[in-house]
Design a protein around this ligand. Structure first.
Ligand code: LMR
Length: 334
């Protein structure tokens, strides 16, 4: 009887050890936007590739739409190790002490994705990721969303139209300065709270790429959407450095490949997703679409571009100049 008990005990222990040995490494990937967006689709693609390339050794669980954490909490959760991967917008690294990321928020800094990719893949993009390591994080990739539109309950065509409007922004001081440059009153607020804030009139308007505007139904509570394309919104996919460095080398390398493929995929669908979202907004007839003419475009640009100089100390003049050199933009020629 005794021997039987011992044998059964051993068998149970061996079984649970085997089960433990086979248990996949879980990566919780948290984000704040809808699944049907460039970031939502990119993270799902990564989850699939990670399982495939690690032969099931890694299980990526994607939590969309702030189901786990809101913007600021998300960063804290990653640093504490409660989640292993995030893709916050580049506008959300300031509170972490990596304020140079706000370079990407500068209005009218980039005209297209090509210019952006030249910067993210170049020395500036690499130096920003290096900086993350001092915060216990590793930057894995830059993912695109797109160029932002403005929305409000009154027509917004010229800088003066923004005067006194309470505009929701992300947690970026550059975006704060951008809104003030046209006389608006910026309000920093978590993404998950924007729809209700617009609906109840806590804020009057906001900015986001069409994919976010549409999937959060913001256009249903905004009378006007202006196709300003005044700034870019994209992401850095980040992980906890301790977690990442602690992975078996073969697993880490497979995940790097999965991330490279997911990045190509996410960046290849970004424009199309935003175009589709804008077409849906138009089709819904819920808000009037304002297409700026040449005079309105120039007036907005002139009013907002002064933010580049205002924010040079915060972001680093050398970083701003490096972008000008890459893109050929010269604000003095406006
Ligand atoms: C926002 O807060 O408006 C965006 O950062 C949301 C996102 O992640 O695209």
């Amino acid at each position: 009887m005794k021997i039987r008990t011992v044998v059964v005990g051993f068998a149970a222990a061996a079984f649970s050890m085997m089960a433990m040995a086979q248990a996949p490494i879980v990566i919780k990937f948290s984000h704040v936007v809808a699944a049907d967006t460039p970031k939502g689709k990119g993270s799902e693609f990564f989850a699939k590739k990670a399982a495939e390339l690690t032969k099931g050794k890694v299980k990526v669980e994607v939590y969309a739409n702030s189901t786990l954490y809101k913007d600021k909490e998300e960063m804290e959760a990653l640093q504490l190790g409660a989640v292993q991967m995030l893709a916050p917008s580049l506008a959300k690294f300031g509170p972490l002490g990596a304020k140079e990321f706000e370079l990407f928020d500068l209005p009218y800094m980039f005209d297209n994705y090509k210019e952006l990719h030249a910067v993210t893949a170049g020395p500036v993009g690499k130096a920003l990721f290096k900086k993350l390591e001092t915060k216990g994080l590793v930057g894995l990739a830059y993912w695109d969303n797109g160029f932002k539109v403005m929305s409000a309950n009154k027509p917004i065509r010229m800088p003066d139209d923004y005067k006194g409007l309470k505009m929701r922004i992300q947690s970026s001081n550059v975006l704060d300065a951008q809104m003030r440059a046209v006389g608006a009153i910026p309000q920093k607020m978590a993404f998950s709270e924007v729809y209700q804030a617009l609906q109840t009139g806590v804020v009057d308007g906001t900015e986001n790429p069409p994919s976010n505007l549409y999937t959060q139904k913001m256009h249903e509570v905004q009378k006007y959407v202006a196709l300003t394309n005044h700034g870019y919104l994209g992401y850095a996919v980040i992980t906890n450095k301790k977690f990442w460095d602690g992975l078996p080398a073969d697993v880490r390398s497979a995940l790097e490949t999965a991330m490279e493929e997911a990045t190509k995929y996410a960046n290849s669908i970004a424009q199309e997703e935003n175009d589709k979202a804008m077409a849906e907004v138009r089709k819904s007839g819920k808000s009037e679409i304002l297409v700026p003419n040449a005079e309105q475009k120039l007036a907005m640009k002139k009013a907002m571009v002064k933010v580049h100089q205002q924010m040079a100390d915060r972001i680093g003049k050398e970083n701003i100049d490096a972008v000008y050199k890459t893109t050929g933009f010269d604000p003095s020629k406006l």
